[in-house]
Design a protein around this ligand. Sequence first.
Ligand code: WQD
Length: 337
Amino acid sequence: MRVLITGGCGYIGTHAAVELVAAGHDVVLLDDLGNSRREAAERVAAIAGASVPLEVGDCADRGVLEGVFGRWRFDAVMHFAGLKSVGESVREPLRYYRNNVDGLLSVCEAMAAHGVRRLVFSSSATVYGDPDRVPVDESAPLRATNPYGGTKLVGERVLRDLAAADPGWRIGVLRYFNPIGAHESGLIGEDPEGVPSNLFPFIAQVAAGARDRLLVFGDDYDTPDGTGVRDYLHVVDLALGHVAALEHLDAAEGLSVFNLGTGTGTSVLEAVAAFERASGRRVPYEVAPRRPGDIAVCFADPGRANRELGWSARRTVDDACADAWRWQTKNPRGYVG
Ligand code: WQD
């Protein structure tokens, strides 16, 4: 299939592009380069050993989409484009709803206009808010606790209504837990703007000496070592989950939802120890107050994806630390370097 990847120069989009090509699909990347670099597309092509066209533009702009859909005939779309910082979304909710919801609406309208009705949508475990119990399965209550999660909830509702209105649509909604790591080549990886808000890129920068220490946001949670527990999923396993979901679309009617996670929780201090093992570097840390909005524990029940997609995470947190360290040391300034 030929697949349009919106946000294709981003962290997840690049890794998905590599695995789609490896699985025999053709890809076209669409990215506004607002939070990513053109270099990422060139690295994807280098890894894939194939042409990876890049269209530069805003996926919320219908004129841009008409041009892209006029130049290429797509069989499916993977929609990654969007703003994704929880903290920033709390400060700028209107910008987040405008960007994330408008982008999805515009992409779906362009798809419908051009007879393309296979879609894989990048959602997030954030839609579960603070789950009543773990592991979290797809039937858990949806109650986002921040505007970023709210945009994902709205997006999922739009798609559910679209699939109900037109049974010709085949939609996979993928709720990611915490993506980490990088492709084993060290050519693509996570390249956050400014100070990383997520744990793993921050740890990597401390290990590299780019930051002096990690602040551990709270060690008084009801967890084995008192620090927050999450489901850290290797980004290559996440990308392979997208390929599996795409290839499953025709097997299921309408819209399907899948949690993509390992099913295992890892604490902040366990993550620090894993990164120290992988890098051979110390990661100094200091315990700080809890971060507002953080929850204690969240990890997936990936049983539905295991059963229906034949997908499960194969890589460990240690694998992800080794791959992230290789990306960090080969690209100390990310793609700019
Ligand atoms: C993980 C743990 C922190 C940074 C968010 C979004 C989610 C997804 C991934 C987009 C927590 C602790 C962190 C630090 C720390 N993004 N931490 N010091 O908050 O689970 O999930 O990012 O899809 O939707 O909600 O990820 O990496 O920010 O935090 O102690 O400097 O690390 O308290 O326990 P989070 P995170």
